[in-house]
Write a protein that binds this ligand. Structure first.
Ligand code: AMP
Ligand code: ZN
Length: 145
């Protein structure tokens, strides 16, 4: 497949192009996976689409689908390779969510019993509780799909 929609100023597009080196663990037509340069744990891997888009909701569905296929393919081997029984699999989707590199990437982070980490509920220190009940939120979301 021809590489489409890559961006000159993007560090992850440069990795796709081979202009910046990476510790690649997997590659196919539409995705690339490589070790995070600043790992939270051993085996911390990033999976990216070969398409520049900052957020998953702006990514063409075909790339989003193949990204998830690669997550599925790699999670077991990553866990096994580092002797982990669990992984945190996460997207920081937008700068307010902590995204620093504005090219969609999925973190696969091996987790260990003694690592002191917590679940995703620990990510937000000041949860917002707007005056909406669950049924209002359900309706709002459904009306926008
Ligand atoms: P995020 O905060 O979700 O945008 O995470 C970006 C991740 O990219 C961080 O975990 C960085 O350590 C990682 N990163 C940045 N530059 C590189 C690079 N050249 N090679 C591998 N990982 C990188
Ligand atoms: Zn990019």
């Amino acid at each position: 497949m021809e590489l489409i929609n890559l961006m000159d100023s993007c560090i992850f597009c440069a990795i796709i192009e081979g202009d910046i080196p990476s510790h690649s663990v997997y590659e196919d037509e539409t995705t690339l996976a490589f070790l995070d340069i600043n790992p939270i744990s051993v085996g911390h891997t990033l999976i990216i689409p070969k398409y520049h888009s900052s957020k998953i909701n702006q990514l063409p569905i075909s790339f989003a689908t193949s990204l998830m296929q690669t997550v599925h393919t790699l999670t077991g081997p990553i866990e096994k390779a580092v002797g982990a029984n669990a992984t945190t699999i996460a997207f920081n989707n937008g700068s307010e969510a902590g995204q620093e590199v504005p090219h969609v990437h999925c973190h696969i982070i091996p987790r260990f019993e003694q690592d002191g980490g917590k679940s995703v509920h620990s990510l937000v220190e000041s949860p917002s509780h707007p005056p909406l009940d669950f049924s209002d939120i359900v309706m709002s979301i459904k009306n926008l799909i």
